[in-house]
Design a protein around this ligand. Structure first.
Ligand SMILES: Nc1nc2c(c(=O)[nH]1)N[C@H]1C(S)=C(S)[C@@H](COP(=O)(O)OP(=O)(O)OC[C@H]3O[C@@H](n4cnc5c(=O)[nH]c(N)nc54)[C@H](O)[C@@H]3O)O[C@H]1N2
Ligand SMILES: Nc1nc2c(c(=O)[nH]1)N[C@H]1C(S)=C(S)[C@@H](COP(=O)(O)OP(=O)(O)OC[C@H]3O[C@@H](n4cnc5c(=O)[nH]c(N)nc54)[C@H](O)[C@@H]3O)O[C@H]1N2
Ligand SMILES: [Mo]
Length: 550
C-alpha cells in the first residue's frame, strides 16, 4: 500500500468502492491524487465517492469489464504504449492474446460497455503513458460468473505495460475482511494446506501426515502409493450449501459467518439449513443463522483475543487482547482445539501420538504460530517475537533472519514467464427482460458490515444509517411516480424486499443498488447462485428485478 501510494504515476480503480470499503487505503490514494498529482481512472457503474477525485470516471454497464479492459489494451497496442522489452523477456503467449484483443476495437467496445469512444482513448492514454500505473480492484470485478477472467485480463493489462514487480505498479486486489488473506494462507480453501501447498501433492500429504500423525490408509495419488491425510479436494461454501439437499453435506461447523444474510438466494439457503442433520455455530452474537443451529458456542471478539491477522498486502500483524473475555465465551482457537481433541479421541487407533503436532495441546497462541512456522515455508520466519519487536513482515518470509517480501514477481513470476491469457467477453447469467426490467447490483455501505450483526448493535452507526436503502436514479424514480411516497418493493425470480428508496444519481438509469446489512430487507432475498466456474463465487453484482411502489 505504501509503495502504490508513493510511487504510482496513475491509479486504475476498477470495481472497488475504495473510500467506503477500504477507507484507510482510500485516504492514501486520495492524498496521492491531491498532493502529488497522481492520475486516477475509476471504472465503476456507480458514481461512488472516489470519483470526485478522479481524472476520469468510466461508467460502464455492469458485467462488461472484459470488453472494457480488452478495448483499452487495443488502443494501447494501436498507439504502441506497450512495454515490448518486458513482453519479450518476461512473458509468453503474446501473439494469441493479441489476436483476441484485436477483436475489441473502440466502437464495438463502446457499444458493449456504453462508454463513449473518446473516453476509452483518454483512459488508455492515462493508464498507458503514466508508468507505472497501479491497478486496484475488489468485488465489483470478482462477484461475476466471469470473476476469474476479469482478474486474469487485468493481469494481461499489467504485463502488457510492464507494470509488474515494480514499486507503484502491480495487480492489487483489495482484500475484504481483516483476516481473509490469513484464512486463505492457513489453508481455509478446499484444495490446499497452508500457504497453497496442494492436497493432491504426495510429498505435501506425507509432510502433513507425519506432522499431525494422521493416516487414512494407503491409496494411489499421481501414480504413487501414498498413506496419510485425505487427498480429496473439498467443497467451497457455495457447493456445501446446495450439497445439503443432495446428501453431500450432512453437518456444518460454521464460525464467523452468517450465511442466512450473506449467501445468495436466502430462501434457498433457509431451505438447505432446515434440512441439515447437524449445525454447529460458533458466534459472538445470536445471528440470523443461529435459528438453525443445533449447538451455539460462544466465541470471542477481536478485542478479547491475541493472535495475528494477515492483511491485504500479505503483512502479518499482531492483535492483542484489550479487554477480558466476557461471560462464558472462550477463545475461538481453544474451542476448536477442544472439539478436535474429542474427535481424535474417537479415532485414536489412526493417530500416531508421537507425531510432533498430533495432540492439539497448545499452551497459547504462540505455540500455534510455531507449528505454522514449521509447516508453512512462506511463514517460516514470521514469529510473534519478531512482530512484537516491531518488525514489518510480509510473506514470503522463509527464515528467522529474512526481512520479508513487500513486492512479488520482481525477477520472475511463480511459474517462470508470465502467461498472457486470451480472454473474451461473456454476458452475465441473468439479464433484465420484460418481466424483470431493472438491473440489481448489491454491495455495502460505509456504516455497516455485511450481515450487520456487529454494526446494527452500534448506536452511533444506526443513527447515521439505520435502515436498508435502495439507491435509485431520479429518472427511474420519476417514471415510477415516486412522489413523497418513499417505500419501494423490489422483486426478483427468487424473492422480494420492501425498503425506502434513496433517489440519487449515484446509480445510472435502469439500475438499483441494495445492501445486505438488514435482515428485514436483505439484497440476498433477490440474488441468485450462478457461480464463476473456477472460483465458485456467486454473481452478486447482477440480478434482474422489477421495482414497484408500495
Ligand atoms: N464499511 C465496510 N467496509 C467493508 C466491508 C463492509 O461490509 N463494510 N466489507 C469488506 C469486504 S469482506 C469486502 S470483500 C470489501 C468489498 O469492497 P468493494 O468491492 O469495494 O465493495 P462493494 O460494495 O462490493 O462494491 C464494489 C464496487 O463495484 C461496483 N460494481 C458493481 N458492478 C460492477 C461491474 O460490473 N464492474 C465494475 N467494474 N464495478 C462494479 C459497485 O458499484 C461498487 O462501487 O469491503 C470490505 N470493507
Ligand atoms: N448480495 C451480496 N452478498 C454478499 C456480498 C455482496 O457484495 N453482495 N459480499 C460477499 C462477501 S465479499 C463476503 S466477505 C461475505 C461476508 O459474509 P459473512 O462472513 O457471513 O458476514 P459477516 O456479517 O461478516 O459474518 C460474520 C459473523 O461472524 C461473527 N463474528 C465476528 N467476529 C467473530 C469472532 O471473532 N469469532 C466468531 N466466532 N464469530 C465472529 C459476527 O457476529 C457475524 O455474525 O458476504 C458475501 N455476500
Ligand atoms: Mo469479502
Amino acid at each position: 500500500m505504501d509503495d502504490v501510494a508513493k510511487y504510482a504515476k496513475a491509479f486504475f480503480i476498477i470495481g472497488s468502492n475504495t473510500t467506503e470499503q477500504h477507507p484507510v487505503f482510500g485516504t492514501m490514494l486520495r492524498r496521492a491524487v491531491k498532493f502529488r498529482g497522481a492520475k486516477l481512472v475509476v471504472a465503476d457503474p456507480r458514481r461512488i465517492d472516489i470519483t470526485d477525485f478522479a481524472t476520469l470516471h468510466l461508467r460502464q454497464r455492469p458485467g462488461t469489464d472484459i470488453a472494457l479492459i480488452n478495448g483499452l489494451m487495443y488502443i494501447i497496442l494501436e498507439k504502441g504504449w506497450q512495454d515490448q522489452a518486458f513482453i519479450d523477456e518476461r512473458t509468453e503467449g503474446f501473439d494469441e492474446f493479441k489476436a483476441t484483443v484485436m477483436q475489441y476495437p473502440p466502437d464495438k467496445v463502446s457499444e458493449t460497455t456504453g462508454i463513449p469512444v473518446e473516453q476509452l482513448y483518454e483512459a488508455a492514454e492515462i493508464i498507458g503513458v503514466n508508468k507505472p500505473t497501479a491497478v486496484m480492484w475488489a468485488m465489483g470485478i470478482t462477484q461475476h460468473i466471469v470473476g476469474v477472467r476479469n482478474v486474469m485480463d487485468l493481469g494481461n493489462l499489467q504485463m502488457l505495460l510492464g507494470n509488474m514487480g515494480k514499486p507503484g505498479g502491480g495487480v492489487n486486489p483489495l482484500r475484504g475482511q481483516n483476516n481473509v488473506q490469513g484464512a486463505c494462507d492457513m489453508g481455509g480453501l478446499p484444495n490446499v494446506f497452508t500457504a497453497y501447498q496442494s492436497v493432491t501433492n504426495p510429498e505435501v500429504i506425507e509432510k502433513f501426515s507425519k506432522a499431525w500423525g494422521l493416516d487414512s490408509g494407503p491409496r494411489t495419488v499421481d501414480g504413487k502409493t501414498v498413506r496419510g491425510l485425505s487427498s480429496t479436494v473439498g467443497l467451497t461454501v457455495t457447493e456445501m450449501m446446495p450439497g445439503i439437499l443432495y446428501g453431500r453435506t450432512h453437518s456444518l461447523y460454521i464460525l464467523g459467518e452468517d450465511p442466512v444474510m450473506s449467501d445468495p438466494d436466502t430462501k434457498h439457503i433457509r431451505h438447505c439449513l432446515e434440512q441439515i442433520d447437524f449445525l454447529l455455530l460458533q458466534e459472538i452474537f445470536p445471528s440470523e443463522t443461529s435459528v438453525y443451529a443445533d449447538v451455539l458456542l460462544p466465541g470471542v471478539t477481536f478485542a478479547e483475543k491475541t493472535g495475528t491477522f494477515t492483511n491485504t498486502e500479505r503483512r502479518v500483524q499482531m492483535v492483542r487482547k484489550a479487554i477480558p473475555t466476557q461471560g462464558d465465551a472462550r477463545d475461538d482457537w481453544w474451542i476448536i482445539s477442544q472439539i478436535a481433541k474429542r474427535i481424535l479421541a474417537g479415532t485414536s487407533e489412526r493417530v500416531q501420538t508421537e507425531a510432533p503436532y498430533s495432540s492439539w495441546d497448545y499452551a497459547d497462541q504462540s505455540a500455534i504460530m510455531s507449528e505454522i512456522n514449521a509447516l508453512t515455508p512462506s511463514y517460516g520466519g514470521i514469529t510473534h517475537k519478531r512482530l512484537e519487536a516491531g518488525e514489518r513482515l510480509q510473506w514470503p518470509c522463509p527464515t528467522a533472519d529474512h526481512p520479508g517480501t513487500p513486492i512479488l514477481h520482481t525477477k520472475q513470476f511463480t511459474r517462470g514467464r508470465g502467461k498472457f491469457a486470451p480472454i473474451d467477453h461473456v454476458p452475465p447469467a441473468e439479464r433484465p427482460d420484460d418481466d424483470y426490467p431493472m438491473l440489481l447490483s448489491t454491495g455495502r455501505v460505509l456504516y455497516h458490515w455485511h450481515g450487520g450483526q456487529m454494526t446494527r448493535r452500534a448506536k452511533g452507526l444506526m443513527e447515521v444509517y439505520g435502515e436498508a436503502l435502495i439507491e435509485m436514479n431520479p429518472n427511474d424514480a420519476e417514471k415510477l411516480g415516486l412522489n413523497g411516497k418513499n417505500m419501494v418493493r423490489v422483486t426478483s425470480r427468487r424473492g422480494m424486499i420492501e425498503a425506502q428508496a434513496w433517489v440519487t444519481d449515484r446509480v445510472p438509469p435502469g439500475m438499483v443498488y441494495a445492501n445486505f446489512h438488514f435482515p428485514n430487507a436483505s439484497a440476498n432475498e433477490l440474488t441468485h447462485a450462478s457461480l464463476d466456474p473456477v472460483a465458485k463465487i456467486p454473481e452478486y453484482k447482477i440480478s434482474a428485478v422489477k421495482v414497484e411502489l408500495v
